[in-house]
Design a protein around this ligand. Structure first.
Ligand SMILES: *Cc1c(COP(=O)(O)O)cnc(C)c1O
Ligand code: SF4
Length: 514
């Protein structure tokens, strides 16, 4: 019992403030209230009543009021609190410190909690309306349930003309004319499923913004900076700017063509099937460079490849000794989740058993996460080593803290881990109207630290001949071995002694000292 005869500083300070002299007497009903709290705290073998009593007394002392309970009575309860608590947390630590810290933390999400479901509703929350949209679209397109629920049915009925679009979503004639002008140069293709995610009556619906091109695309198209592929492709289908990772652009097809597509030039205007010779040359390049350990199969969209093709490609990659892992880039789980059939899942698992497979997707708004896409991600996540998201920071789609937090939390709940947020590229003038200033992006990403789960926080990246992390340094200044760190969520600065550099530079440490 030796240990418990001493009260910690927090508790002593709390008692000092509660038991200060020369304070006003409490009124009678306050006194009754305190007596009742005191009685309960003594009777019960719980921490709660003790915390309630001390919290009330702390409040009173802040109003400069005194209690008739003696310091000794309170000390006894303080010991009792410490004895009951599994971690021997003191009443001073809990009431004087922890409760205020927790309350401050809670207050940082008040605004988010109030706004997230109205400002950034998920496809799960909007499911009722989406189902209504689906019924309307199915009827208009004459699609049976069987067609709707199959990948082939979705692709066969994909919306690629302005006339069709005008029948399915309510757009003013002038907008349709503009779209007609743009689609002479750029592709439009929405799966009926993706079309059903567009909310009627919302002018800049975030799903529509991503899939229906606007006049800005041609109006902005000034000087085209050559597509990424041109200056980073050392071999057919291959892009490389890192030693250990390369990409294979396995197809130019996507189920839906994004209005902000970084690969817009490469996507071109027509679907193409690539020959086995092309894949062969890409694989030869990878075989010949044994520093390459991670191969990213992108597109277009890797899941647009037929199952047989995907199986073959993964087998080829797995057979290369120095290739240790693969990534598959796909938006299919959000644009046409019906593609995720059992055979595809088996192919993923078989390859993942040989060497890790990660699926990298692109979800830009919580609205794209529906019960159907979530089920798709869940199925995939059981068969591969990770499912990651690369979002693009886009004006009107996810350029506020509320929208981005909601996106990151929603995808995490859908078995997908936020990985990157890309600043929208400057290379493609077609979509400058979607660009968001770097500082805003940085503020948005930094606003997540200390507020949402750490593994829901993506890294903020700008692509400029490689991916450049855009973190502001939180190291404010330092003198000698002492640093000052800034907490991104409230700007508070804390001392942080750095490692001892002299120690660090010594040749031997730990086991090497022997
Ligand atoms: C994005 C990309 C990669 C992968 O980068 P990570 O930071 O490893 O995700 C590799 N090669 C090319 C050409 C890329 O565009
Ligand atoms: S899925 Fe990717 S490659 Fe395909 S259009 Fe969208 S951004 Fe471009």
């Amino acid at each position: 019992m030796e240990l418990e005869t001493k009260l910690d500083t927090y508790t002593t300070e709390l008692l000092d403030s509660i038991c200060k002299e020369s304070q006003q007497e409490p009124s009678e009903n306050v006194e009754d209230d305190i007596d009742q709290l005191y009685k309960t705290a003594c009777e019960q073998e719980k921490t709660g009543p003790i915390v309630r009593l001390f919290s009330r007394l702390k409040e009173l002392s802040e109003e400069n009021r005194v209690t008739s309970l003696s310091r000794k009575q309170l000390e006894e309860l303080a010991f009792k609190h410490q004895q009951i608590d599994e971690h021997m947390v003191s009443i001073g630590g809990r009431v004087g410190q922890a409760l205020a810290i927790a309350e401050n933390a809670n207050s940082r999400v008040t605004e988010y909690l109030a706004e997230k479901d109205t400002q950034a509703p998920s496809g799960i929350e909007l499911w009722g309306q989406i189902r209504e949209n689906q019924k309307r679209i199915q009827k208009k397109l004459g699609m049976k349930d069987k067609d709707w629920n199959s990948f082939q049915g979705q692709i066969r009925n994909a919306v690629d003309s302005v006339e069709q679009l005008g029948e399915l979503i309510d757009l003013p004639g002038s907008v349709l004319q503009d779209i007609a002008r743009v689609t002479k140069n750029y592709r439009m293709r929405l799966t009926p499923y993706y079309t059903s995610l567009i909310m009627p009556g919302i002018v800049n619906d975030p799903v529509m913004l991503q899939s229906v091109p606007t006049g800005e695309m041609v109006d902005n198209a000034g000087i085209e900076i050559p597509p990424v592929a041109a200056d980073h492709s050392p071999a057919r289908l291959v892009d490389q700017f890192y030693p250990r990772v390369v990409t294979i652009k396995s197809t130019n097809m996507c189920a839906m063509y994004c209005t902000h597509c970084l690969r817009i030039a490469h996507i071109g205007k027509k679907d193409k099937m690539f020959s086995k010779e092309a894949y062969g040359e890409a694989l030869d390049y990878i075989r010949a460079h044994d520093q390459i350990r991670d191969v990213l199969v992108t597109g277009g969209d890797a899941f647009i490849l037929p199952n047989s093709m995907l199986r073959w490609l993964l087998e080829q990659l797995d057979a290369i000794e120095h290739v240790k892992m693969k990534r598959l880039g796909t938006r299919v789980p959000v644009t046409v989740p019906m593609r995720i059939d059992d055979e595809l899942l088996d192919i993923l698992e078989e390859s993942n058993d040989r060497k890790p497979v990660r699926v990298v997707t692109q979800i830009n708004t919580a609205q794209e996460v529906t019960p159907v896409s979530k089920q798709g991600f869940k199925n995939i996540s059981k068969r591969v080593s990770a499912v990651l998201n690369q979002a693009v920071l886009l004006r009107g789609i996810n350029d506020s803290s509320v929208k981005m937090w909601k996106l990151c939390e929603t995808i995490q709940e859908a078995y997908v881990r936020p990985y990157y947020i890309f600043n929208c590229s400057y290379r493609n003038p077609q979509f400058v109207h979607f660009r968001v200033p770097v500082e805003r992006g940085r503020d948005i990403v930094e606003s997540m630290y200390g507020n949402i789960s750490g593994d829901a926080i993506p890294r903020y990246i700008a692509t400029a001949g490689g991916k450049i992390p855009m973190h502001r340094s939180n190291v404010v200044r330092g003198e000698g071995d002492e640093l000052i760190l800034r907490k991104p969520w409230n700007g508070e600065e804390v001392r942080y002694p750095d490692a001892d550099k002299t120690e660090y530079e010594k040749d031997s440490f730990a086991f090497s000292r022997y």
